[in-house]
Design a protein around this ligand. Sequence first.
Ligand code: FMN
Length: 181
Amino acid sequence: MSKKIVVITGSPRKNGNSFAMTDAFIKAAEAKGHTVTRFDAAMQNVGGCHACETCFKTGKACSFDDDYNTIAPAIIEADAVVFTMPVYWYSIPAQIKGVIDKLFSLVVGGKDIAGKKCALITCCEENDMSVMDGVRVPIERSAALMKWDMIGEVLIPGVLNVGDIDKTDGCKQAADLADKI
Ligand SMILES: Cc1cc2nc3c(=O)[nH]c(=O)nc-3n(C[C@H](O)[C@H](O)[C@H](O)COP(=O)(O)O)c2cc1C
């Protein structure tokens, strides 16, 4: 059955490793008949959460209006949400962290978001799977809090430069992830 998938990317490198995996996932998902809406957080304007807890009270998800307010309605409508990003300093890149922090609005706003599927695509330079814990663990725990079902993770170590992903099976793993949606 066709599903609505929201993909949120975090890399500023359009030809980079996580984008290559993202493209492979989207291509495979669309080939299966799913509808994919993609947001490239690094090319958008999304600030941090102000913790004002006025979410949705002004008619918009976030009272501090920015591009998150176009992302939130898509997430609410989605059957699945896929986060893709590189590791920056053992953690989530600032470019996508604003989007993740502002997911708080869905909780504060009492939105019916339980039951979505969630997946993660990430990569890092170092050849050590634990380097990706700083991305993997917060995404897993955030998904659990929102009662989203983690259906797959593509975790690719050992990729630094643009094109390095082609020396791995990262894009194949990302394409295969579409089978789980
Ligand atoms: C600001 C910055 C911080 C980074 N921090 C780490 C790190 O902590 N550990 C690591 O293994 N790689 C780190 N990297 C390397 C990236 O994770 C790696 O180059 C990745 O393949 C980039 O993905 P992209 O091409 O999708 O942007 C960092 C890169 C940048 C630009």
